[in-house]
Design a protein around this ligand. Structure first.
Ligand SMILES: C[S@@+](CC[C@H](N)C(=O)[O-])C[C@H]1O[C@@H](n2cnc3c(N)ncnc32)[C@H](O)[C@@H]1O
Length: 299
C-alpha cells in the first residue's frame, strides 16, 4: 500500500518476521513520566477498537501521585470510551491506595456487562488464583499493566501471566526502572528481593552491566523464556531531570501489529484522538473486518 501524504503510515508495512525488529523513530514530543497513563489509555483505545472487548489487569494499581488523578492509569482506563473493556482486576497492597481504588470504582457509572474487582494484597501471591478463577479464556484479549516502583514484580509473576493463555499470550506492559535500577540494586540489603525480581540465581551480574545491555537482556529473556514474539521498550522521560530517560515501559505481545499500535499510541498520546473514521479505516485495512461495530464508534 502506498504512503499517501497526510495518511498515518504506521500500518502500511506487513508485519516484520519476529527475528527482524521494527525500528521506531523517537516521538516528536517526549512522554514525560506524568503522561505515562495517557499512553496506556491511548493504547487501550486502539486495542479495543480492534478487539471490541477485553480484560485489563493492573498489578500495581494504586495512584502514583496523590494529587494527580489525571495521571493515574487505572482511572484513565476505567473512564476511557468506548467502554468495551469488560473485566478489570485492580490489584494493590497498600490499604490507603485500596481506599483510593474503592472510591474510584464506586464513583464510576454502571456499565452493562462490566465487572471491576479490586484485589487486596500482594499481586505476586494473588496472580495465579486471580487467573484461575477468572474467565480469561483463549478468546479474551487481555492486557496487563505491571507498573511497579522498582523490584516489586517477581519474575515468576511474568511466567504465570505468560502461561495462562495458550495462543496469544496476555499482553504485558512492564515497568523497568532504567534510571535508578543500578543504584537500587547496589543498595539493596535483602538480595532475595533481587533474586525473585530477576527469577534466576545469576542476578549478581546485573549491577555491573551497562544499562543498555541489561535492558536488552531483560527483553531477550521475555522472548526466550516467556515466549513473547514481540518485545519493545518505550522510553519515558523526566521533565524535571533535564529530559533524561527515567524508565522504560516494555511491551510484550504475540500480535504482529501490537508493537505498531503501541508506537502509534506513543507518538499520539499527547495529541487529540484521531478522527475515528480514519482510524477505523486504518484498522480495517490492517485486520480486516474485526467483527461487530463496523459503523463509526461514538465516544
Ligand atoms: C508506581 S505505583 C503504581 C502507579 C499507577 N500505575 C499509576 O498510574 O499511578 C505502584 C503501586 O504498587 C503498589 N504495590 C507495591 N507492591 C505491591 C505488591 N506486591 N502487590 C500489589 N501492589 C503493590 C504500591 O502500593 C503502589 O500503589
Amino acid at each position: 500500500m502506498a504512503v499517501v501524504k497526510g495518511q498515518y503510515n504506521l500500518f502500511n508495512d506487513l508485519p516484520p518476521p519476529a527475528d527482524k525488529p521494527l525500528k521506531f523513530k523517537p516521538a516528536d514530543r517526549p512522554i514525560w513520566t506524568e503522561n505515562k497513563a495517557k499512553l496506556i489509555e491511548r493504547y487501550l483505545f486502539y486495542f479495543v477498537m480492534v478487539t471490541k472487548h477485553g480484560a485489563y489487569i493492573d498489578g500495581f494499581a494504586g495512584p502514583q501521585y496523590c494529587d494527580r488523578e489525571d495521571a493515574w492509569a487505572a482511572k484513565l482506563v476505567l473512564e476511557s470510551k468506548p467502554s468495551y473493556l469488560r473485566k478489570f482486576w485492580l490489584c494493590e497492597i497498600d490499604p490507603k491506595s485500596i481506599e483510593r481504588l474503592q472510591t474510584l470504582v464506586s464513583g464510576q457509572p454502571k456499565i452493562s456487562g462490566r465487572r471491576v474487582e479490586i484485589i487486596d494484597g500482594d499481586f505476586n501471591s494473588n496472580i495465579a488464583g486471580l487467573l484461575a478463577s477468572s474467565d480469561i479464556g483463549d478468546r479474551v484479549a487481555t492486557f496487563c499493566l505491571l507498573d511497579q516502583r522498582t523490584f516489586e514484580c517477581d519474575w515468576q509473576t511474568l511466567v504465570t501471566l505468560s502461561q495462562h493463555r495458550r495462543d496469544y499470550k496476555i499482553e504485558l506492559f512492564y515497568f523497568l526502572a532504567t534510571g535508578w535500577i543500578e543504584r537500587s540494586m547496589s543498595g539493596l540489603k535483602d538480595r532475595e528481593i533481587l533474586r525473585k525480581w530477576w527469577g534466576r540465581d545469576d542476578f549478581e551480574k546485573l549491577p555491573g552491566m551497562g544499562s543498555f545491555d541489561r535492558r536488552q537482556l531483560f527483553i531477550q529473556r521475555m522472548k526466550d523464556e516467556l515466549g513473547y514474539k514481540h518485545v519493545y521498550p518505550f522510553p519515558i522521560y523526566s521533565k524535571e531531570r533535564g529530559g533524561r530517560v527515567l524508565y522504560h515501559m516494555i511491551h510484550a505481545s504475540d500480535h504482529d501489529e501490537a508493537p505498531r499500535l503501541m508506537n502509534r499510541a506513543y507518538r499520539n498520546a499527547l495529541s487529540e484522538r484521531e478522527n475515528l473514521k480514519r482510524l477505523q479505516k486504518d484498522l480495517k485495512e490492517l485486520w480486516g473486518d474485526t467483527g461487530r461495530g463496523e459503523k463509526p464508534i461514538r465516544t
